[in-house]
Ligand binder design. Structure first.
Ligand SMILES: O=C(O)CCC(=O)C(=O)O
Length: 287
């Protein structure tokens, strides 16, 4: 049993309380979501998919790999898991997940993309710098959120998520995007990070779920422990939330209607947003 951080378990909140908490804090944690059988099916699917990554020493369209501290190679991301195994496809339609998402962004829901993030033990590279998701795929409004379903216990030791509660209220911030295709972004203005007292570690048990607003500032450290940390990330959006700039065609099931209907209209919010295509390479800039 791992200790829960000092946040309220959304399992104990009514739908109205969940919505109010999400609007104010920008996230929700459900320590209990999946049954033991559902979790076992996902773990077994993961093992099946990872067979294809054995011996891989370079990233490809299916896996991103990373070097562990002992010099070996290990997958750190599975791209588009919904096309890799039916168990992952089925997960995006899970009624408990969609009931919760519907309460936050409305009854008409589409998938934006999915991925599985793996943090192998003793690996310093599988970490995420502070960022928001919205600048990577800006949309016409902010009804866009990331659901993280945990296949393992995530702990401070193995690199659980950190967030800055309430930071979504500041709106999208400029990010610098690296050119190499790897996930290495930086917040342009780091002043927002100067108060670690506002950072919150969010450990979630296996079978649980965390979700956060697209403008939530979040990060996670490397896995310094001996146990893996695996989570499937599912990005959902309201069906009237259209992606700006056309989006990335490599994302499987992008726009899949997972609940409700497609209204074929876009709801716009005012603002000026940097598009991810405007690449600014922090390495070149600093160097
Ligand atoms: O897996 C994590 O800890 C963070 C994932 C994340 O921020 C992302 O994939 O954008």
């Amino acid at each position: 049993m791992i200790a829960h951080a000092p946040f309220r378990s959304a399992n104990d909140l009514s739908l109205a309380e969940q919505k109010a908490y999400y609007e104010d804090q920008g996230y929700l944690v459900f320590p209990e979501l999946l049954s033991a059988e559902e979790l076992a099916r996902l773990r077994s699917a993961l093992a099946e998919v990872l067979v294809d990554a054995e011996g891989l020493q370079a990233s490809n369209a299916k896996f991103s790999v990373t070097q562990t501290d002992d010099g070996g190679w290990s997958p750190r991301r599975i791209y588009n898991p919904t096309v890799r195994h039916p168990a992952f496809y089925d997960l995006v339609f899970h009624p408990k997940i969609l009931d919760c998402v519907e309460n936050l962004i409305g009854p008409d829901i589409q998938l934006h993309h999915t991925k599985i993030n793996l943090k192998p033990p003793s690996n310093r590279q599988a970490r995420f710098e502070w960022h928001q998701d919205y600048p990577f795929f800006p949309h016409t409004n902010f009804d866009l959120l990331a659901v993280m379903v945990y296949f393992d216990d995530s702990t401070e030791e193995n690199g659980c998520l950190s967030i800055i509660p309430g930071s979504h209220k500041g709106g999208p911030r400029n990010h610098l995007f690296a050119r190499d295709g790897a996930f290495s972004s930086q917040l342009e203005d780091k002043n927002v990070l100067t108060d670690p007292a506002r950072w919150l570690k969010v450990p979630v048990p296996a079978g649980g779920m965390e979700l956060h607003h697209c403008n939530m500032l979040h990060s996670s450290t490397a896995n310094r422990g001996t146990r893996p940390r695996t989570a499937m990330v599912i990005q959902y959006r309201a069906a009237d939330n259209a992606e700006l700039g056309g989006g990335n065609k490599d994302r499987a099931h992008n726009g899949l209607q997972v609940r409700g209907t497609n209204p074929y209209r876009a709801r716009m919010i005012a603002g000026t947003f940097k598009l991810p295509g405007q690449i600014d390479d922090p390495l070149q800039r600093d160097g």
